[in-house]
Design a protein around this ligand. Structure first.
Ligand SMILES: Nc1ncnc2c1ncn2[C@@H]1O[C@H](COP(=O)(O)OP(=O)(O)O)[C@@H](O)[C@H]1O
Ligand SMILES: [Mg+2]
Length: 255
């Protein structure tokens, strides 16, 4: 037996209510320190709801109740003392729609560091360059760092969004259908970027593309109706799932 991989995050019995409607019914999941976990399942199965709970995005809305335990490297994500700004630097989020701010490319990537009080130009320059390189967009934008990020293509904007998240040196990246608003070539570029980051970061990606999950993820968890039905090595889930619901979904019988 190989040694059990150390987890970066463990959740237990995660439940979430929108008003009085229970949307998550007790999710247990562990995430390794490096590599990609895909969350798959039909629309409305609770994937985004769960992902957003991991960096307390639901705090921004009223009338949502979250219970359960969230152990992030020994820290309780929902402890009353947790600073959510700090938390979201360690657990960064990339959304479906690329969401650059209406600033220059440089200012987008430097944003989180400036928010954290970094003023030194050399430090910022270095972080911006490293982050854009890590997000595989440096070569395309290095001569136009002062141009508006809004002038980039959707795929480039998404890689700038990834660079912006990487700039604050997160431990965990959450990605909610990061390629579904993009053309196939841009989607492919994002997948390549994620594969390059896979050895350095823990990533959780929500995707409704089964082929994407099978191409890029190490581990896959299948959600259905607010339950996590099954999780395991991606190859195993796709070739030999334990549960009938998983097999039905994988083989395209619903969803
Ligand atoms: N802001 C919200 N208010 C009320 N219900 C919501 C809200 N967001 C999602 N839901 C409901 O929660 C369930 C899970 O949704 P979601 O997490 O978005 O699913 P997925 O990401 O798997 O498509 C669905 O029934 C959805 O309608
Ligand atoms: Mg969703």
């Amino acid at each position: 037996m190989t040694e059990e991989k150390q987890s970066i995050l463990k959740t237990r019995n995660v439940k979430l209510w929108y008003g009085n409607k229970e949307a998550l019914h007790g999710i247990d999941l562990d995430f390794p320190k490096k590599g990609i976990t895909a969350l798959i399942g039909p629309s409305g199965s609770g994937k985004s709801t769960y992902l957003r709970a991991l960096n307390r995005m639901h705090d921004l809305e009223d009338n949502i109740t979250v219970t359960g335990s969230f152990d992030f490297m020994g820290e309780d994500i929902y402890a009353p003392t947790t600073d959510t700004v700090e938390l979201r630097k360690k657990i960064g989020m990339v959304f479906q729609q690329p969401n650059p701010f209406p600033f220059s490319i440089y200012d987008n990537v430097a944003f989180g560091l400036r928010l954290a009080g970094v003023k030194d130009k050399d430090v910022l320059d270095k972080a911006v360059e490293e982050s854009l390189k890590a997000a595989s967009i440096w070569e395309e934008v290095k001569d136009n760092l002062n141009k508006s990020a809004l002038g980039l293509s959707g795929g480039q904007q998404q890689r700038v969004s990834i660079a912006r998240v990487l700039a604050t040196k997160p431990d965990l990246l959450l990605l909610d259908e990061p390629t579904s608003a993009l053309d196939p070539v841009s989607a492919h570029n994002i997948e390549e970027t994620l594969l390059e980051l896979r050895d350095q970061y823990a990533m959780i990606i929500v995707t409704h593309s089964l082929s994407q999950a099978s191409r890029i993820s190490d581990q896959t968890a299948f959600f259905l109706n607010g339950e996590m039905v099954e999780k395991g090595d991606t190859r195993k889930i796709f070739i030999d799932p334990e549960k009938k619901e998983t097999a039905d979904y994988i083989s395209g019988r619903f969803g």
